[in-house]
Write a protein that binds this ligand. Sequence first.
Ligand code: GLU
Length: 470
Amino acid sequence: MASGSEGQVVTRFAPSPTGFLHIGGARTALFNWLYARHHGGKALLRIEDTDRKRSTQEAIDAILDGLAWLGLDYDEPPVFQSERAARHAAVAEELLASGHAYKCYATPEELEEMRAEQRAKKLPLRYDGRWRDRDPSEAPQGAHYVIRLKTPNEGEMVIDDRVQGRVTVKNAEIDDYVLLRADGTPTYMLAVVVDDHDMGVTHIVRGDDHLNNAFRQLPIYHAMGWPIPVYAHIPLIHGNDGAKLSKRHGAMGVDAYRDELGILPEALFNYLLRLGWGFGDQEEFTREEAIAAFTLEGVGKSPSRFDMKKLLSMNGTYIRKADDGELAGLVAARIGPQADVAVLTTAMPVLKTRARDLHELADGAGFLFSSRPLSMSEKAQELLTPEARVLLGGISERLAAEAHWTTEALEANLKTYAEDLGLGLGKLAQPLRAALTGQTTSPGIFDVLALLGKEESLARIDAQAAETGK
Ligand code: GLU
């Protein structure tokens, strides 16, 4: 198993594969990765799949896939916690042998009784240490036992958390919790500490919902004489109304951001970076800039608010920066087999000026590949009145004579035509857009004409035009 060389920073992302890689997990992964890269250290990944019933291969795949999509790479193959149960058990035995743990023979019924009493007295529900000082020989023959950690009762523990600051907890608040169950399987608390130690993890960056766990985990480090890692517990992400993040706020898997929303990985990377981490006024960071600038001190102490609008607007910014050929490939996959990547690449500078996500981009590009007769949206249909169809006939004649099929020439041509007719340009553009795209919104109408080419444009216009009688 890996361990960091002297002074090397080693971080880990340790998701439980019981669901998708959600937005909070992705941000934790990002911060760990950035911290390791910033310090030239190692970024490691551990899949905490000890809950065999709730862990699924599908979730593991979604996590690996989501991390790779975000461009977070790891320096070693993932560690699967479930494969290390024997090592976890061995540490429990070691703690037992050194007197830092003990066998507890309390039956489930006895423990339930104990909790009932605590509840009745309004005391915190904690194991009362009934086997802490008893001799195992007092146990009934062949009785089942668990191994519990013997945590100190006096004094206190202090963590200088890199985000939360100094946090102190009285030892008396930590009960003698179970390390090894009666069936010999390790508990989560034990597994995390043993794995972090064996992987050489120097910095634990995770959600602040784990801060309490840190105080339960510390006594194991102390008992084993292992070096204590640096802790950084980052605040959770809330919805933009301040409430806990839920599906309604966009608490979806990273795969849904990619597939359903059409978000670019660079945009999500940057959005997550800025969510709860600040660096002056700078909003956009390249990967290299993010690595160079990232520090734990820049992580704020209060919960961040997830803002879908901001994410979409950032996505729009990244769409405009993105390579046209690459975007064309992504959009083609959304449109379907009729899409032509070369055509999309040519059209992309025009198409991408307004889109905020790949959906919009694909919707806006669809007209390029529609076959005649075009299917018309209801609104487009409404625009094609008898008068409008007469206008289209006139436009067709006019454009048939146009020798320079460029955006500029077409614009000049149709503007003059509108003036000749004494009409606003919109009166011409609306039915023209409907005829050319089947929609009432599209990129600029002269761009649409230029992108479709003369032959296709005239064919689409003629299909909707009425005879002008001229
Ligand atoms: N597996 C835990 C989770 O997904 C994280 C444990 C840790 O980071 O220590 O919440």
